[in-house]
Design a protein around this ligand. Sequence first.
Ligand SMILES: NC(=O)c1ccc[n+]([C@@H]2O[C@H](COP(=O)([O-])OP(=O)(O)OC[C@H]3O[C@@H](n4cnc5c(N)ncnc54)[C@H](O)[C@@H]3O)[C@@H](O)[C@H]2O)c1
Length: 381
Amino acid sequence: MSSQPISIGIVGLGQFGTHFVELFQKHPLVKRVGLCDIAPDKLARAARRFGVGETYASLDEICRSDLDALVIITQPWLHAPQAIQAMEAGKHVYTAVPIITPPSGNGDEILEWCDQLIACCRRTGQFYMMGETTYFRPETVMCRKRAAEFGQFIQLEAEYLHDTWLPACNLIEVQMARTGLSASEVMQIGGDVPMHYPTHSTCAPISIMGAHAVEVSAFGYIYPNDSYFRTDSRTGNAFCHEVGLFRMSNGAIAQITESRRNGHIGHEGVVRVIGSEASYVHDAADEYRGTWITKTDVQPVDPRAYRDPLPPALADDLGGHGGSHAYLVHEFVSACAEMRMPKINAWEAARYVAAGVMAHKSAMRGGEMLKVPDWGEAPAA
Ligand SMILES: NC(=O)c1ccc[n+]([C@@H]2O[C@H](COP(=O)([O-])OP(=O)(O)OC[C@H]3O[C@@H](n4cnc5c(N)ncnc54)[C@H](O)[C@@H]3O)[C@@H](O)[C@H]2O)c1
């Protein structure tokens, strides 16, 4: 396939965005990188650190540039409107996380953003990609590649366990950094709905089985006298932990756990896959180990063996989240350069997000079975 080198602008140079600058700079199909942040100190610091001369002080300004594509790594609630603004300005767009908005009780506006983003892709013909790290974790890649060996998919379990007070990444401190609010103000706002940020888990069953969620029954757990997840907060959300059972479009069952309070060091992605001919269990203690099980055999497996090749310049340092960063960069750049639909496109991303929205609605109704909306398959280009 013929590829045209492209120019990229990175918008949002906070804690996460700065991890991606060098990967884009190193990609052989990226001919130019510009940087953008509304915080002048962060912009100047990143420009110096990465040796970039092309800088923009706002999204409006970078949208007026001749850059081909924008990588948006701003605060998560900004992504949907910023992605739409950039696509309307003729840019292909990558956003770090799902199309989510500030927390709210019912999630209807999240589904509304899915509608708007997909309509915008159709209207503008620009590509949108969500940078979902679980998609390129090696065990997700391995299970996708070995899908036929499972036989019929029967059950797939995935989770995102991130305790709010995890020493390595305290979510109260993350919110303080992203909002500029004090700890007590963040506590007043209260804990987000776990299932409104479900893509690290829902990506696994949807992308591995090539199936989408059709219906869901879910439950939420309320921690006794919780100081953060409580109904009298601004989010009004008392669930710190939600579990959904989904009927998938291929007949299989997916179990999704989204947890923000747990005695666990943290985990994102596949837990277990059960097929009619083989099964896979991911190792809780080593992110690069799992066990492949058949009716006659049990074998340890290192899922990294199933990674795809990368351009040599990216292969030395894959970045975080199971080495997924380099693959996300490669997928977005390749899709734009080859003018093809990215794998984690708006239609795929909407499936990851909608599953969580409907799971929370079901949990709020005591586990009532609810249908999950679907926007269909992405057009080829
Ligand atoms: N596993 C994952 O996929 C993962 C992990 C960590 C963070 N993230 C996501 O990455 C994103 C960024 O997180 P972070 O911790 O770096 O946040 P951050 O607050 O440190 O950085 C956001 C940056 O965006 C800038 N910004 C805001 N509005 C802007 C605008 N209009 N134009 C230009 N710049 C603007 C801010 O000034 C700030 O520097 C979030 O969406 C977060 O959810 C994803």
